[in-house]
Structure formats: C-alpha cells, structure tokens
Design a protein around this ligand. Structure first.
Ligand code: UDX
Length: 436
C-alpha cells in the first residue's frame, strides 16, 4: 500500500517507519525543510531505541521517503495519516488548527478516493470536523478514520511493532477493509484489531491515558496514607497487583506523573467534559492530587531543615520526566526546582541525557553537574527526581564523603529498605517508613 504521513514529529515518524517496516511505501511529509533534508540524508530527528536502525533499513529498501510537497505525496497515496501536533490551548483544550489546515489542503488537492487517518490524539468529534472541512472542498469520495496510537516514549519502536491492540474507528466498510489490510501483519500474529465508530475510538485514547493517570494517582494517595499509618506501599502494591483485575503495572508511587501525554490528555478530557456540562470529578481530583504530589518532597526537605531552606544547596539526580528519555515536558523535576528556588534554595542537578533540554529553559538558574557524585559536592541533601538505573546501586560511602549531610529524599523509591537501612543515611521515600 502507498501511504502518506503528514507530520514527522514523534508519532508521525515512528508510525511512518513502522508502516514502511510492514512493507508499505511511505511518504513522510513535513513543512520543516531543514528536517526533511536531514531525514533524506538518513538523520533521525528524535532519539528512540531501535528507531535509527529501522529508519535506515527502510530508506535503503526504498520504502521510506521524505518530502515537503504534500501534493506530491497525496497523489501517490491511497491512505493519508495525520500525525500533527494538537497542543493544549490556554484553556486546556486541544488546538486543532494544524489538523484543520491540513484537512483543507487535502480537500483542495485530492484527485481520487483517499482514506484520511487521524493518528494524533484529538477530541471526540474531530473525525466529523475533518470530514466537514474536506467535504466543503471536494466532491471526490473519501473516508475519515480514527486510529489512536498508544506508544510510550523510550519504547515507541517496541510498542509500535508489538501493539497490545489496534483501535480503528470507522463507519465505512471500505475504509475498514483498507485499515484491516494495513494491519494484517499484526492481526496475523494474534494482535486484536478492534473496530468501532469514530467517536468511541477518539475517546478510547483519552480514556486509556486518563485511566493510567488515575491509577498512578490512586497509588500515590495510598502511598501517602501508608506513611500516616505506618504501612509499606511496596507490600500493599504487591498484594494489590497480584489480583489480575488490578495488575502489577502502573502501580509505582512517586513524585507524580509527567510527560507529553498524561497531563495534556487529562486536562483535555476535563475540558471536553465541561463543554457538554459534564464534570469529570475523578480527573479533576487526579490533576489536583498530582500537582501536589509532584512537590511533596519539598515539604519534607523543609521540615528536615527546621522550616527554612534559604541558602541550602539541594543536589538533584534526574531531570527527565521518566527514565530513558531526554523529554522534560511536565517533568516533576521542574516543579521541584521552581519551588526550591522560590524558597531561596540553590539546586545543582545531574542528568546526562536531559540536561541540555533543561538548560534551554532554565539556563544558569541552577548549576549542572557532569556526573552523579560531583553533584553532591558540598550539597545539603540529595533529591532523586528520575529513576535512571545508574542511581539504583550507588556507592553510599562516596556519597557520604561529598554531601554535607547524609540525607536522601527519594521521589522514585530507587532503593530497597534493606539498602536504605544499610546506607547510614537519613532516607525518606514515598509510602515507606523513613530511615533515620
Ligand atoms: C504514556 C502512555 O503510557 C502511552 O500509552 C501513551 O501513548 C502516551 O503516554 P509516556 O508518557 O511515554 O506514555 O510515559 P509512561 O511510561 O506511561 O509514564 C508516564 C508518567 O507516569 C511518567 O511521569 C512516569 O514516571 C509516571 N509513572 C508511570 C508513575 O509515576 N508510576 C508508574 O507506575 C508508571
């Protein structure tokens, strides 16, 4: 099949490369000439484990092409995926201007039947809107399909090549057949393809992400309550997760969820609800709790230092919103830095991968360290904000020799209680007893 992908951001590029890997001829379209030129030369604009290899293999096999010319791509393709940004507007609702503008262009340029596939996370009703926009421009038949992605950063290639399910929202039998054909290599190996109407499919993406955000938040509340009553969240987590209706995944408490999806999607679903006079109370609570959870350890740091952290130097391990990515969007580290600075503390941070992105927004408001131990030099305590595996088994003696006080605030529960007890440190984590 010949396919165009409009938008070569994170989702577009991974989707395009995956579809080429499945044997299709794929034309990736982007307005950024520079980026297109670099991709033509085999330079992948984002980092994802396994992506570069797959990207180069498909360029070489002449299944993956790049262009700024949407008309050219359109003429060659039967199916057009839209993987365009839908950034949150000021009120939290998804901004559809990119999607609508490309829909207009498609309507103006198409010369034969096309299937237009919405891959971006878009509010319920967007397929209808896209359909309206295109219909206003052309008499040629076409179909609009919703086909949300469920990729995690850091596992995007793995997730896109081994999806848990393929969700397709379409009211057209012809479009359904075409989508079924595209995903046949997956369905052949037992991956379910779930057909539904467009609106249900659009909502599935928001519901899945919001549910996961609620699940994490629920666990964060249980963890905070564990501390009140002297229970251990690790034990509770195991006990709960062993019920396969609950499952072990996404039950890890910490300093809140971040990233480019959960915060945005929770906000957008609340906003969409409001437009229908519908209050998503559970999501409002989730947002509220997560905001507080992100900086829960700043309170603890303040308490430890007798209510005043003015002039204290806080070492921070990890800046990325989660491990194995350089993404700092909605990262808890940033909320902690902002609050610590506001309270008059200094921050010296270490994150080999995400430092560059933080520098772009914070510049020299904080110090940066080139390795995890030198970040501790002369600092009053350590705060762990991202679960990078290099922090899992540190040399506590070396840490003690660098830090002014043997004090760790761990927002990611990196150490077992045995490790913490043997370390000789004051150790405060989430939902477990404090080691003194
Ligand atoms: C998420 C969804 O998993 C993915 O399906 C969707 O397509 C995009 O959003 P991603 O944002 O890449 O993916 O990260 P994910 O691994 O899901 O983590 C999201 C946040 O939740 C991170 O801040 C992470 O630290 C936090 N988290 C995750 C927890 O605090 N506890 C957990 O148990 C799991």
């Amino acid at each position: 099949m010949n396919i165009s992908i409009v938008g070569t951001g994170y989702v577009g590029l991974v989707t395009g490369t995956t579809l080429a890997e499945l044997g299709n001829t794929v034309y990736c379209v982007d307005i950024d000439e520079n980026k297109v030129e670099r991709m033509k030369q085999g330079i992948v604009p984002i980092y994802e484990p396994g992506l570069e290899e797959m990207f180069l293999r498909n360029i070489q096999a002449e299944r993956l092409f790049f262009t700024t010319n949407i008309k050219e791509a359109l003429d060659k393709s039967d199916v057009i995926y839209l993987a365009l940004p839908t950034p949150p507007g000021e009120d939290g609702s998804a901004d559809l201007s990119y999607v609508i503008s490309v829909a207009n262009q498609i309507g103006e340029m198409m010369t034969s039947y096309k299937v237009i596939v919405n891959k971006s996370t878009v509010p319920v009703g967007t397929a209808d809107k896209v359909r309206e926009v295109i219909s206003a421009k052309t008499q040629i038949p076409f179909d609009v399909v919703s086909n949300p992605e469920f990729l995690r950063e850091g596992f995007a290639v793995e997730d896109s090549m081994n999806p848990s399910r393929v969700v397709v929202g379409s009211s057209s039998e012809k479009a359904k057949d075409i989508m079924a054909k595209i995903y046949q290599p997956f369905t052949n190996t037992g991956v379910p393809i779930i057909f539904m109407d467009e609106k249900s499919s659009e909502l599935t993406k928001y519901a899945a992400n919001s549910f996961l955000a609620v699940k994490i938040t629920f666990m964060n509340e249980i963890a905070n309550y564990c501390e009140k009553v002297g229970a251990d969240v690790d034990k509770v987590r195991l006990g709960m997760g062993s019920d396969d209706r609950i499952g072990h995944r996404f039950l890890f408490p910490g300093i809140g969820y971040g990233g480019s999806c959960f915060p945005k999607d929770v906000k957008a679903l609340i906003k969409s609800g409001k437009e229908e006079n519908f209050d998503f109370k559970i999501l409002e609570a989730t947002e509220y709790i997560n905001k507080k959870q992100k900086v829960i350890l700043v309170d603890e740091i303040e308490k430890y230092f007798g209510g005043n952290i003015q002039g204290k130097k806080i070492a921070m391990w990890g800046l990325a919103f989660k491990a194995n990515t350089d993404d700092i969007r909605e990262a808890s580290s940033l909320d902690n830095i902002e609050l610590l600075l506001e309270k008059g503390a200094q921050v010296v941070a270490y994150d080999a991968i995400a430092e560059e992105n933080v520098r772009k927004i914070l510049g020299d408001k904080i110090e940066y360290s080139k390795d995890m131990y030198s970040a501790l030099e002369g600092a009053d305590c350590l705060l762990i904000a991202t679960e990078w595996s290099e922090f899992k088994n540190p040399n506590f003696e070396l840490m003690a020799s660098k830090l002014k006080n043997k004090v760790i605030f761990d927002g990611r529960n990196m150490f077992s209680m045995e490790q913490a007890e043997g370390s000789g440190f004051f150790y405060k984590s989430i939902g477990r007893k404090t080691v003194r």
